[in-house]
Design a protein around this ligand. Structure first.
Ligand SMILES: Cc1ncc(CN)c(N)n1
Length: 219
């Protein structure tokens, strides 16, 4: 069995809780409170800077130039790609970048990013990909599932969010990360695999916590 298949199965019950979370369901049926989405957006914008830093650790730690370029391209894809959608929503809501930086990250957010950063600092490229993969992959799956709901991707407000994560660019970037995880884990021992699984499952738990943070407006 592929490493990523094992990881997926290990985190599957948590991912199903993410799909069933009222925040995610609310995006899908358009009923989500704007205040909750706005809080999510602010927290997620802050989150993405640290998420990009996790990839930046990969640039530092990769020995292979091609792998270095892959990590670097992902830093770019976050700062210049995924965050564009956030900036578009911020413009629609009249929020400036300065206002975002004045917001304190919620502890669920801070704990998540610091966990990823500590895994990246202590580990190598495989641990780094394990730390970012549940983030990238779970959103790819959420985007696809929400886009399959009739009319959801055309919603005048939440449609853009759904289309961005269900879209080809995001899906392709995620597919490449899934493939990279399998490549980096090739030939690893069972103990090494267990460490990757521990990181992947913990990050999935943090993903669920992030939805809850936004839903409860955790300060
Ligand atoms: C918390 C979180 N997790 C995942 C993603 C998708 N990159 C995100 N934007 N934010």
């Amino acid at each position: 069995m592929k490493t990523t298949q094992r990881l997926y199965e290990a985190a599957h019950p948590i991912w199903e809780q993410c799909h069933a979370h009222p925040f995610v369901r609310g995006i899908g049926d358009g009923s989500l409170d704007l205040e909750k989405f706005q809080w999510f957006l602010l927290q997620d914008y802050l989150y993405l800077f640290d998420y990009a830093r996790v990839f930046a650790y990969g640039v530092v730690k990769a020995r292979d130039p091609e792998l270095m370029r892959t990590f670097s391209a992902n830093v770019d894809a976050i700062l210049g790609g995924e965050m564009k959608v956030h900036r578009a929503y911020m413009a629609r809501l009249g929020i400036t970048e300065e206002q975002v930086f004045a917001v304190q990250p919620a502890l669920s957010n801070l704990s998540y990013t610091h966990y990823m950063l500590s895994c990246a600092a202590a580990g190598g490229p495989a641990e780094i990909i394990a730390a970012i993969l549940s983030c990238s992959w779970s959103y790819a799956e959420i985007g696809q599932r929400l886009a399959a709901i009739p009319g959801a991707a055309d919603h005048p407000f939440y449609g853009e969010w759904i289309r961005s994560y269900a879209g080809e660019d995001y899906q392709k970037t995620n597919d490449a990360l899934v493939e990279l995880m399998d490549q980096l884990a090739e030939g690893c021992t069972e103990a090494e695999y267990r460490r990757l699984e521990e990181i992947f499952v913990n990050c999935s738990r943090y993903e669920l916590g992030f939805w809850e943070m936004a839903w409860t407006l955790e300060r």
